[in-house]
Write a protein that binds this ligand. Sequence first.
Ligand code: ATP
Ligand code: MG
Ligand code: MG
Length: 368
Amino acid sequence: ENIWTLPYLTLANHFKFEGDILTVNPTGNGHINDTLLVTTDAGKKYILQRLNQSIFKEPKNIMENIENVLSHLKAKLEGMPNVDLERELLTLVYTDSGDCYYIDKTGDFWRSYLYIDHTISYDIVPNTEVYRSCAKKFGEFQKLLSDFDASILHEAIPNFHNTPVRFETFLKTLEADPVGRAASVKEEIDFLLARKEDMHALTDKLEAGILPLRVTHNDTKINNVLVDADSKEALCVIDLDTIMPGLAAYDFGDCIRSGATSGAEDEPDLTKVNFVTELFESFAEGFIGAVGQNFDEEEIMSLLMGAKLMTLECGMRFLTDHLDGDNYFKIHRENHNLDRARTQFKLVQDMENQWDELTAIIKKFIVK
Ligand code: ATP
Ligand code: MG
Ligand code: MG
């Protein structure tokens, strides 16, 4: 018996699960939603998730995005040989009333997926093979959705990767300097101000029609890819809450930002934080190989800028929160957000120092 079973049994029973529910237990390492594993006496397993409504203000829109994208992916994958649909794609479980979510008495918002068994997800990149395999999955995700009209999707979190807007917010916070920290972080502030022109490098190209609007995942950490426990091959992209219209460079960039590094995101000792070129290369190989000729050269070359800008943007958000008095990201020690900002700026600096080499790596994988 566990504490989750009784209160959640009634709730879980609204979903069309096969068999009677045996257990309901917390599972996974997610930071945003509450994730439970349901088992039944028919030997079935399901994921039951409570959406974090303080982040996702319009949960019905999130579910509409997810349903649309999953049905497109399903139609595509069904036509391909050797695809195990229920392992390679999330499958929503519906409620008795035919909805893909259930709102309980307290207003909490729940949804369910088939549990994909015998998988692992990595919080830290273990080696180049796994990273390349995850990159391939994110690339395939882009490729399979390249004929999906991204403009019909809801913006799950408005202006999520709108770097110029994030820069404006930074400037406003800097000017207000609400907790008087600006003077103590002049070096970091100058780092951002010196890169003012970079901030709009990608959005300008989107507006000019040079880069296409695509379906983007927007949370491309490798722990959002389930990997087969035996073969260690990436199987399935999960965590689709932040699917939105955006640029492919955002998804590529965020996975490089979070994965191609030798140090933790909040490592205070910057000598331990280095950009890892071999990881970058494996990821680029997997991703660009998978998108193939669905991307033109301009878009493939934008991926490197994506890596730099996603890292710069993330560091800027940490620094903004530090200047603002730590209201957004949870902190566990003094100057935690400042440490986080510094690791990101270190990675940006490393990328800039090797820009020509990184450009050559990307070029190498372009399929002509
Ligand atoms: P994040 O902090 O990455 O935003 P989250 O709170 O949004 O995470 P998910 O990533 O959707 O939650 O799920 C949390 C974890 O639960 C996953 O990392 C994975 O380990 C596990 N998980 C989620 N869905 C499934 C599934 N369908 N099959 C197996 N495991 C799953
Ligand atoms: Mg996740
Ligand atoms: Mg998530």
